[in-house]
Design a protein around this ligand. Sequence first.
Ligand SMILES: [Zn+2]
Length: 231
Amino acid sequence: MKPPIRFIGAGGAHDLHWGNSAALVEWAGKTYLIDCGFTVYPRLSEKKLIEQVDAVCITHLHDDHIGSLSVLLYHRHFLSKLPPLPLLVGGTELQAKLYTILHFMMGEVERFARIMTPEEYDPHLIWVSTSRQHMPHMPSAAYIFTKDREALIYTGDIAAPLPLLQDENWLSRYSTLYVFHDVAFHRTATHCYYEELHPFLEKVQLWGYHCDPTTAPADNKIRLVHYELML
Ligand SMILES: [Zn+2]
């Protein structure tokens, strides 16, 4: 069965062809946008999906993850006349920094958005901190959508496999587990090297994103969203 996710973009920070990594998750009757980088608003607008989004999860504050968030918020407020959009953000540090950025750009943030934790929006949505595991100064979060024994994890950018994937006890709670992990095909300090993810392929259904699939080496075993799950 295909996971309930469609990627709007799946490339790295400077990849205009594949676009900024971002996705729409359909979960329990709601549509969640994960991240809103600078190539995301144009795609959503082109596909007439701006009004379909119920809430946005933000993994971290690089421009390829929030670069068109204020434009999206303006569109929904002024053109679509929709109420403030829930921004689901894990952790007080990430929330505070996002608020500061939006306040600087938009003034009265509350007119356009409501910043809250995912659990406050829906208790089946959880987050785990990945702060400083992508970049030393950067708060960040991974998001987990749960429903009975089914879960979908979106890691955001992280330099090593998400630690939760080592937790056998946690993994055993779910019979269906979809994992969307950032992946790099060269060693970097900021993204997860593909070989480090290979051991997890036996335990979970895992796809990679935030990469250029044409640079994948011949021994790569990770399925890439580019060929299966693009919008
Ligand atoms: Zn990043």
